[in-house]
Design a protein around this ligand. Sequence first.
Ligand SMILES: Cc1cc2nc3c(=O)[nH]c(=O)nc-3n(C[C@H](O)[C@H](O)[C@H](O)COP(=O)(O)O)c2cc1C
Length: 231
Amino acid sequence: MNILAFNSSPRDNETSKTELVLQKFLQGARRAGAVAETLYLRNYKISHCLGCYNCWLQSPGQCVQKDDMTEKLFDLYLQADLVVLASPIYHATMNARMKLFVERTLPMMDPLKEAPAGGTPHRFEKMPKVVTLSVCGFWEQAMFEAMSMTWRMCLGGDLIAEIYRHSSEFLSIPEFQVTAQPVLDALTQAGEEVVRQGQVTPETMAALTQPLGPPELLARLAREFWSGGTG
Ligand SMILES: Cc1cc2nc3c(=O)[nH]c(=O)nc-3n(C[C@H](O)[C@H](O)[C@H](O)COP(=O)(O)O)c2cc1C
C-alpha cells in the first residue's frame, strides 16, 4: 500500500504536533508493510480555487491554473492508495492551508455522475481511500466536531478513519510522558490497523483519545505557560 500524507501545519517538524501524531500513525502503517511519504503543504504554492468550474465544463478533470497543485500534488493524490489529510485545528476546524488544498481537489468530482451511496461522485476510476488526522490544543474531543462533519460530507465513503488527538501541546512535555506514551503507542497501533484491516478498532480509538490529565490541571498549566510560567 502506498500512503501519501499531506500535512498543513505551518510549524517546523520539531514543533508541530500534527507532525508528531502523523509520524506515529505512519510508523504503524509502515510496520504493517505500507510505504509512506509526507508532503508539507507549507512548501508548495497553491492558489485559491477560482470557482470558474472549468474543471467540470471546458476541461473536465483539469484545473485551468498553473501552480504546484496542477503540476504535482493533484496527480500524486490520485496515484496514492491511501491519502492522509493532516491539519491542526484552527478556530474549531481545519486550518486555511488545508481548506485551500482540499478546495482545489474539485476536478476530482463529476457533477454528471451519480454519487455512490454515502459517497461523492468521482470522475476518476481509481480514487484513494482517505484518513483524516488532526490535533488541537484544548482538552476536549468536541473541538473536532465541525471539521469531522466537513470531512464526512466531502469525502463520503472514501473516508475510512478519523484520527483526532486533543491536548496536543502536552504530548511532548516530559512531565506527561507516563500518560502520553500509551496515546503515542495507540496512534502507531491505529496506523497498523488501517493498513491491515482498513479501519481502527474502538479499543485503539479509545486509547488514542484518552485524557492526559484532569482538565483543571491542563487548564492551569496552559495558563501558566501563556503567562510565561513553567507550565
Ligand atoms: C490560529 C490558531 C487557532 C487555533 N484554534 C484552536 C481551536 O479552536 N481549538 C483548539 O483546541 N486549539 C486551537 N489552536 C491550537 C492548535 O490546534 C494546537 O496548538 C496544535 O498543536 C497546532 O498544531 P501544529 O503544532 O501541528 O501546528 C489554534 C492555534 C492557532 C495558531
